[in-house]
Design a protein around this ligand. Structure first.
Ligand code: PMP
Ligand code: GLU
Length: 397
């Protein structure tokens, strides 16, 4: 038989989802593993949102919707963005999609020609790299490190731009590092973006999850930036709605039209029931989201206190999202349970097998020497998981 597509062959599976599936399988097999793999809130979707979904089914709101989303949901998205950031968009600027992941994909498809370069600061969320490659784009990875708190600087950006650069893919707050750009840092970066006439895909899905700092929504900087930015958001993280699959974008009309066309030929539209539930989440915004944020913050602080007491590992304090990006460089080169551990992947494998704790290796995010913990899990799990981690580290020789 002829080979399947070269692009399809080259796509790596999602490391975050893989680890999650493995940990779930181990649990199903009766193994008492504690999972810190997937970034998925442990909370249930709030009752009133679930009810809105059930009500939609009862009311036979079960047919196709316009490809880029229900007009009423788009209006709710515009109102929510305006309320939160003082930014004005109209329905013609909005696309609703089956999750933010899909709308990042559609954004890249809308902007990138084969061979165009997309600048991607590392550590990056695993999916970005593959999406750029799926679109035939060329990912240009800029390594950041702890010296700049894993943030991209204007100098780094400037040195990566070529004639082929089409856009910058920015994630703020960041998965996996939890870093949050200040307004000034964004303003400085955007000078370079404007100078070279680039687009920006700004994935701000964790914008409501910040701790003691202020999130700056990129398009609020000025009209020019707003016009060249595709703002990405979604309901998965803020409203504990991962499985409902609702994400959305806000962008200029030309880009939005192109994205809408893509949606019309790919998903057709986002699940109608989920759209009604999503509308309830945005319109009747109760304080559940804030309660979840506070719970994440308590867990974050607990994590930080514990890590400060553990020898041989460290982390920079994350200010957003729900991840700890732990530096394990001192552990590499040691032998754990009879096996030499040279990479973060080997460390994560040994920790899972011998310590029964699932984390994602930094290599998956383009940052060797780190592991990512999601603290979107219960305090009990965090306590026990860190106890196990400490015991595991003691075995390193
Ligand atoms: N962007 C980032 C940075 C994420 O961590 C996630 C998590 N899955 C997504 C987008 C996509 O979220 P979803 O597809 O569930 O809306
Ligand atoms: N975004 C989350 C994570 O990074 C969920 C899993 C995924 O979709 O990749 O773990």
């Amino acid at each position: 038989m002829k080979p399947i597509s070269a692009t399809a062959k080259s796509i790596a599976p999602s490391a975050t989802l893989d680890i999650d599936t493995l940990a779930k399988q181990m649990k199903a097999d009766g193994i008492d593993v504690i999972a810190f793999g997937a970034g998925e809130p442990d909370f249930n979707t709030p009752e009133h949102i679930k009810e809105a979904g059930i009500e939609a089914i009862r009311a036979n709101k079960t047919r196709y919707t316009p490809a880029s989303g229900l007009p009423a949901l788009k209006s709710a998205i515009c109102s929510s963005i305006e309320k939160q950031f003082g930014l004005k968009y109209e329905n013609k600027n909005i696309c609703v999609s089956s999750g933010a992941k899909h709308i990042v994909y559609v954004s890249v498809m809308a902007l990138v020609n084969p061979g165009d370069e997309v600048i991607l600061p590392a550590p990056y969320w695993v999916t970005y790299m593959e999406i750029i490659r799926m679109a035939g784009g060329v990912p240009v990875v800029i390594d950041t490190d702890e010296r700049t708190h894993f943030k991209l600087t204007p100098e780094m950006l400037e040195s990566a731009v070529t004639e082929k650069t089409k856009c910058l893919l920015l994630n703020n707050p960041s998965n996996p590092t939890g870093m949050v750009y200040t307004r000034q840092e964004l303003l400085d970066l955007m000078e370079v973006v404007k100078k070279h006439d680039l687009y920006v895909i700004s994935d701000e899905i964790y914008n409501t999850l910040t701790y003691g700092c202020t999130h700056t929504c990129l398009p609020t900087l000025d009209e020019d930036i707003k016009n060249r930015t595709i703002l990405i958001d979604g309901l998965s993280k803020t409203y504990a709605m991962t499985g409902w699959r609702v994400g959305y974008s806000a962008a200029n009309e030309e880009i939005t039209k192109a994205m809408s066309n893509y949606l019309s030929h790919s998903t057709g539209s986002t699940c109608t029931i989920s759209q009604y539930a999503g509308m309830e989440a945005l319109v009747n915004n109760t304080d559940e989201a804030e309660q979840m944020r506070q719970a994440f913050d308590e867990r974050r602080q607990y994590f930080l206190r514990r890590i400060a007491q553990i020898q041989g590992v460290s982390c920079i304090e994350p200010e957003g999202a729900f991840y700890i990006f732990m530096n394990i460089k001192q552990q590499l080169g040691k032998t754990f349970f009879g096996e030499k551990v040279e990479t973060s992947a080997q460390f994560a494998q040994s920790l899972l097998k011998n310590g029964l704790v699932a984390v994602v290796p930094g290599g998956a995010f383009g940052a060797e020497g780190y592991i990512r913990w999601s603290y979107a899990t219960s305090m009990d799990a965090i306590r026990t998981g860190l106890d196990r981690f400490e015991q595991f580290l003691k075995q390193g020789k």
